[in-house]
Write a protein that binds this ligand. Structure first.
Ligand code: AKB
Length: 314
């Protein structure tokens, strides 16, 4: 059976770039993009698009039947900072959208699921440096609790019902095409916009707050390659640690200054500082590298060059 893909949450930060790459890889007619609303963007204009509420089982089921979908990428979620402001809705959206898709797979209506987890599954009692795949996990944010619970359910559905669900724990993601929405790592995108526009940036995290980060092209590569890997290579069915670079606000500012010497940064930590302090500073992703051949391409200097070059054109 040929691969027919449904992306739920296709207009978000990851969904936008994932949709473009999946259309290029599998063909425009084999990829259905969907989101809660119809925007005026490339996701809507450049291929099949449907409005869908990720909390509506029947709507998702209808699309799966209409397009004979085999693989679902469930990208709809509330991220860490937004989730703290609306815990009940975050829990509802992040958990029940996952249950819908897991149950559709259990019922034999789809063959494969991609579901994103996050470094937010870790918490203040986790070792912060080179955080292992298997370690203490006591998330202290609503978002982290939902991702940690989701991981347990993914593993359960795989073990009990044979559901082929695959997942990675994304670090902070950086891209110039689509803005992030409501995360703690969003400063690392905003800083490039402000460096070009204003030559100065006020960071909501303190200067030495190290966090794991990744350029979007690497994240998309990881997402598609875990989905294309033979099932027997995916030995972890909760979620894989995934890593590329780790840096502090001070370090990213230094890398921007190499291109824009007059750039300045100051610091005004807000409620997101406590979230960042509870997360790892760097990640050990050796299982992903061994099991399904993960490798990143972008370090911080390359990412800074590409971000500044493309945002300047934009
Ligand atoms: C966030 O900051 O909430 C996200 C994440 C690390 O999952 N970017």
């Amino acid at each position: 059976m040929s691969t027919k893909i449904l992306i739920i949450g296709a207009c978000g930060q990851i969904g936008t770039e994932l949709t473009a790459k999946l259309r290029a890889t599998y063909g425009v007619d084999n990829v259905v993009a969907s989101d809660i609303r119809k925007l005026e963007n490339d996701v809507v204009k450049n291929g099949i698009f449907e409005v869908v509420n990720a909390l509506d089982y029947n709507q998702i089921e209808h699309l799966i039947e209409k397009y004979q979908i085999t693989d679902v990428y469930l990208m709809a979620a509330l991220l860490s900072a937004t989730a703290e402001k609306n815990p009940a809705f975050a829990w509802d959206l992040n958990m029940n959208s996952l249950f819908h898709v897991l149950n559709l797979a259990k019922a034999g209506k789809i063959q494969k699921i991609f579901w994103p987890s996050s470094i937010a599954v870790f918490g203040p009692t986790t070792p912060r440096d080179n955080t292992p795949q298997y370690t203490v996990m006591e998330p202290s944010t609503v978002y982290g609790i939902s991702k940690q619970s989701g991981e347990r359910w993914c593993e359960y559905y795989n073990k009990q019902y044979g559901v082929d669900v695959r997942s990675i724990r994304y670090p902070g993601l950086i891209s110039w095409t689509s803005p992030p929405g409501g995360g703690t790592t969003d400063y690392a995108v905003d800083i490039y916009y402000k460096a070009l526009e204003d030559k100065k940036f006020t960071c909501f995290l303190s200067e030495n707050t190290g966090l794991p980060m990744m350029y979007m092209d690497d994240a998309i590569k990881a997402t598609i390659s875990i989905m294309q890997a033979p099932a027997e290579k995916i030995k972890i069915r909760s979620s894989y640690n995934l890593s590329a670079v780790s840096f502090t606000p001070k370090e990213i500012a230094e890398s921007i200054k190499k291109h824009i010497p007059e750039f300045t940064i100051d610091y005004a930590p807000d409620f997101r500082q406590a979230i960042a302090d509870s997360w790892p500073a760097s990640i050990d992703d050796s299982y992903a590298r061994t099991d399904w051949g993960w490798q990143h391409d972008f370090d911080m200097e390359r990412m800074t060059s590409v971000m500044l070059e493309n945002l300047a054109k934009k």
